[in-house]
Ligand binder design. Structure first.
Ligand code: C2O
Ligand code: CU
Length: 476
């Protein structure tokens, strides 16, 4: 039998739910870690129950053998000490996605560190400056290691978090599994995925399971931390009957929380959203959490209301504002350095030739010999000199134009960026580390270069990154 999202998740039936209920407690069971001691995090082989309980288990690679890896919860501004132990059959690293981190701790193999070989350990030491929702994942052969299950939530807690009854991470992933329930390995890094939309799967999971029951009480206020951990799929989440209020994006608090259009929270790969969600349904209600893939809506979980209300409802007050993070000073847009970033390539609009490792190649040869098909400013893959060189303290404006037939999720390491101009609408006033660029879209983002080092910028649709959409910039 071939598992398809549709069959499994729509006809899940009673047995699937019974199984999910038993495990519902697992959302809470994870013990949050604190910053105090050194924590070991072993990347190793494991098994996961991505499908129904009676279905075959899926061999994965995971932190501590689990997917998602342990939920790391740390205090803002306090030192974090994590030793990565590599028990995988290939070299790896950890990138702390979205953390404005010291460059040497950014975890980018080949740019900020040498990859950690099997059997070796690497000591990550840093103090996260900003509170918010982040995540960790490898930055070596990411297209393969993430698809195999190596990722986990990294939560930096505010000193004074807004009062909520439950603070829950919802980490969503998209898996391509074969008939036997195993990861489809033959298609890992396939040229078709590289040149089209990236690796799209056939099974969606919430926190590593096909369906999650989340116990709630009428009158509760929830803080939900959504993380899109898919290789390439853009996912929209809705909560049947509920109105989510977005209070932070990519870890950074919003000045003005908002309810998204159609109550749908849309996340490109690697993006996060923090939500306040008030449980305003009746006691005993069961409502679906749906993932919209653009073509279908699939249930990935449910809110299961207790038969009793919260004693006093917690949802009558205003939506709380999160405390500000210590972001660098104001942007100096008038005296900014201007940089253009043109995305080209991919199926349906391939370029004729491009530069790769300092030499010029025809498109055919790039595809056939090097599995490359995407370029930034006519350069495929990591350029020898940085895409931009920025003096410390300067403001940069990057005008990004997507001249391809595909959407892309542009991720900047080391800095959050904000839209300051858009070809077709008013720019959105949010600090983000990952920007979704639709086909044909043109947007200018700006940031103040406050964090010295060599930083990567790349498409977080990981097959695109592997196929050439990766570059770097230097702040000195
Ligand atoms: Cu989430 Cu360069 O990575
Ligand atoms: Cu892309």
């Amino acid at each position: 039998m071939r598992f398809t999202i549709t069959r499994r998740q729509f006809t899940g039936g009673a047995s699937a739910f019974a199984a999910a209920t038993v495990l519902a407690g697992s959302l809470k069971a994870q013990q949050p870690s604190t910053n105090e001691q050194v924590r070991r995090l072993t990347a190793k082989l494991g098994e996961a129950e991505l499908l129904e309980t009676d279905a075959p288990r899926t061999p994965i690679w995971g932190y501590e053998g689990h997917v998602p890896g342990p939920e790391l919860r740390v205090a803002q501004g306090k030192p974090v000490a994590i030793d990565l132990v590599n028990s995988l059959p290939q070299p790896t690293t950890i990138h702390w996605h979205g953390i404005r981190i010291d460059n040497s701790m950014d975890g980018v193999a080949g740019l900020t560190q040498t990859p950690v070989t099997p059997g070796e350990t690497f000591a990550y030491r840093f103090s996260p400056p900003d509170a918010g929702t982040y995540w960790y994942h490898p930055h070596n052969r990411t297209w393969e290691q993430l698809a195999r299950g190596l990722y986990g939530p990294f939560i930096v807690e505010e000193q004074q978090p807004p009062p909520c009854d439950q603070d829950l991470v919802l980490m969503i992933d998209d898996w391509r599994l074969g008939d036997n329930g195993h990861i489809d390995e033959a298609s890992l890094g396939s040229m078709h995925d590289i040149s089209h939309a990236g690796r799209l799967g056939n099974v969606l999971t919430l926190n590593g399971r096909g369906e999650q029951d989340i116990p709630v009480r009428a009158g509760q206020r929830l803080r939900l931390r959504l993380i899109n951990a898919a290789n390439a799929r853009i996912i929209g989440i809705t909560f049947e009957g509920h109105v989510p209020m977005v209070i932070a994006l990519d870890g950074q608090p919003l000045d003005r929380p908002f309810a998204p259009g159609n109550n749908l929270v849309r996340l490109a790969p690697a993006q996060r959203a923090d939500l306040i969600l008030d449980c305003d349904q009746d006691v005993g209600a069961q409502t679906s959490i749906l993932a919209d893939t653009g073509r279908e809506k699939l249930r990935i979980g449910r809110f299961v209301y207790h038969k009793e209300k919260r004693e006093r409802p917690n949802i009558l007050t205003d939506i709380p504002l999160l405390p500000q993070n210590p972001m660098p000073g104001a942007l100096d847009l008038d005296r900014a350095i201007n940089v253009d970033l043109e995305m080209t390539g991919g199926a349906m609009s391939a370029f004729e030739a491009a530069e790769y490792k300092g030499k010029r190649y025809g498109a055919r040869e790039l595809v056939r010999e090097h599995h490359k098909i995407w370029a930034f400013n006519g350069i495929v893959g990591m350029p020898q000199s940085p895409l931009m060189q920025i003096p410390l303290g300067k403001t940069v404006k990057v005008r990004i134009v997507n001249r391809t037939a595909w959407p892309h999720a542009m991720h900047f390491h080391g800095h959050h960026v904000k839209e300051v101009a858009h070809a077709r609408r008013t720019p959105l006033p949010y600090w983000r580390d990952t920007i979704l660029m639709e086909r044909g879209e043109e947007v200018t983002v700006a940031f103040l270069a406050h964090n010295p080092g060599r930083w990567m910028l790349h498409c977080h649709m990981l097959e695109h990154q592997a196929g050439g959409m990766s570059s770097w910039y230097e702040v000195a």
